[in-house]
Design a protein around this ligand. Structure first.
Ligand code: C2O
Ligand code: CU
Length: 518
């Protein structure tokens, strides 16, 4: 058994692999236009697996090595991308209209980032290059969800069916291959997946070119322009507990600019970093509005001047540049400058107004829950591996499934954080609501096992009071979520979305089971 330890020490600084590191702060800023990922076109139609009388669009997306410029003055970078780009193309779908996607693994036979073969599922007996795509936030059957062990090797492909039987929302797709997902995503295997519906159409929100995705992620580069991934310094066990990088990419560019008209824009923001939390604000201190969370529209716009987004969280934002004619405004995260908006003086189309109401979010009453589970988030020192081990409910990946909600039942999950880090916890398949966050004395609990609550529970902030699929569980809190397990029976995963944590082994299966008698 492993003994509880207070906190992961920051990993020892690794020797640079080769050559000097890139110092992004020394580069000229705002010299490259913001790339807008293209919308993926379908390759025709095929019979709908859930209704053979219908035909639905089929998309083909190859994963392959791509070469792209992150900045005018930096040599081109090798990434791994979907359909030839990083981020991958945007997939647009509509509620109730299913799509098929053939994810084709055309990656090279060797990985270019440091695999840790001591991690669960990444043993030397496995091929180095493995990939499986998960659409984060999709309600898909287990065979189509991208289970971490359902990876394929180069030369193979998987045809996945996404029925899109869910409300309009900004989802994203990314790699999920067991033991190496952090490397595959870091290499560039990620993109945006938007679902739209009639309720959203009725709102008169900005549309393309006034609606666009902003995919944020941080990376490390060498002066040669190539990606670097930090290591522990131990050649056989390079895993590190978190990676924080100094180059912040927006849609794959470093310090891009975007020419905007003095009008309202809609930004579909994704935090696609492995470990980094973003605290977004505008350099003029301006107010912007959040209209949607991970899983769709909020009841009403929420005015913000800063927005925290944990890895994998999304925000649907309205930013009005109408009062900023001729100005240059930066999008920042704390002191980091992410990108620049150059506000023009004329508008090409009728401006949209801030809606007052969006979509009602009916609260799931706590009385609907048939089960309440207390699930701890843990950090241990693993004496065998001489490093930290992160777990959910003190269980390892391969232990038998312990969370078996019944189909269509409602449960409350009390996520009790015994560590000193904030962990974004994601459940596949479902959407949920945050009930509250309750502070407790984690030191007391870790030493004596006594639960001492501190102060009253805090309700979610207004911009979190919608449908979520990823929730920030702060240190010393019990964060309660309420979930209806709808859609499918079968095996899914829930995990921390700090990808280094998920890899070691802050990820567990859960299984939705049929109701007895059905
Ligand atoms: Cu963003 Cu398990 O996924
Ligand atoms: Cu974590």
């Amino acid at each position: 058994m492993v003994a509880p330890a207070p906190r992961a020490e920051p990993p020892p600084a690794a020797p640079p692999p080769e050559g000097p590191p890139l110092h992004p702060e020394a580069l000229a800023r705002f010299v490259d236009p913001l790339p807008i990922p293209r919308t993926l076109a379908s390759e025709g139609a095929r019979p709908d697996p859930s209704d053979a009388s219908k035909r639905i669009p089929v998309y083909k997306v190859a994963m392959s090595e791509v070469v792209a410029k992150i900045h005018r003055d930096v040599p081109a970078t090798r990434f791994w991308g979907y359909a030839g780009s990083f981020p991958g193309p945007t997939i647009e779908a509509r509620t109730g209209q299913g799509v098929l996607v053939e994810w084709v693994n055309q990656l090279p036979a060797r990985h270019f980032l440091p695999i840790d073969h001591t991690l669960c599922g990444a043993g030397k007996d496995r091929p180095d290059v493995r990939a499986v795509t998960h659409v984060h936030g999709a309600k898909a059957s287990p065979e189509n969800d991208g289970y971490p062990e359902d990876w394929t090797t180069p030369g193979r492909s998987s045809l996945f069916h996404y029925p899109n039987q869910q409300e309009a929302a900004g989802l994203w797709y990314h790699d999920h291959a067991m033991g190496i997902e952090r490397l595959n995503q870091y290499a560039g295997l990620l993109g945006v997946y938007l679902i739209r519906d009639a309720a959203e159409d009725a709102l008169d929100l900005p549309r393309a070119p006034y609606e666009l995705p902003l995919v944020l992620c941080d990376r490390l580069f060498g002066q040669d322009g190539q990606l670097r991934y930090s290591t522990s310094g131990a050649p056989d066990a390079p895993w590190i507990s978190e990676i924080y990088c100094d180059a912040h990419l927006v849609n794959g560019k470093l310090y891009p600019y975007l020419d905007v008209e003095p009008r309202q824009y809609r930004f579909r923001v994704v935090n696609a970093s492995n470990s980094r939390f973003y605290d977004l604000s505008l350099s003029n201190g301006g107010t912007f509005h959040q209209i949607g969370t991970d899983q769709g529209l909020l009841p009403a716009p929420v005015a913000l001047t800063t927005l925290t987004l944990a890895p994998a969280e999304r925000a649907d934002l309205l930013v009005d540049f109408g009062a900023a004619r001729g100005q240059k405004i930066l999008l920042k995260s704390q002191s980091f400058e992410l990108m620049q908006f150059r506000v023009g003086t004329t508008t090409g189309a009728r401006a949209t107004k801030l809606p007052t109401k969006l979509r009602p979010v009916r609260k799931i009453p706590e009385s609907a829950a048939v089960e309440t589970r207390t699930l701890t988030l843990n950090e241990y020192h693993d004496p065998q591996a001489h490093r930290m081990l992160m777990l959910l409910n003190a269980r390892r990946w391969h232990e038998p499934v312990t969370e078996k909600p019944e189909l269509d039942s409602v449960e409350i999950w009390k996520l009790m954080n015994l560590t000193e880090d904030s962990h974004p916890i994601h459940l596949h398949l479902v959407r949920f609501q945050i009930l509250d966050r309750q502070l407790f004395d984690a030191d007391e609990y870790n030493t004596s096992g006594k639960l001492e609550l501190v102060r009253a529970p805090m309700p979610p902030a207004p911009n979190e009071a919608g449908w979520k699929d990823t929730v920030r569980v702060d240190p010393g809190t019990i964060t309660r979520i309420i979930v209806k397990f709808e859609g499918y029976t079968g095996r899914y995963v829930w995990h921390c979305h700090l990808l280094e944590h998920a890899a070691n082994e802050m990820m567990r299966p859960f299984e939705v089971v049929a109701r007895p008698g059905t």
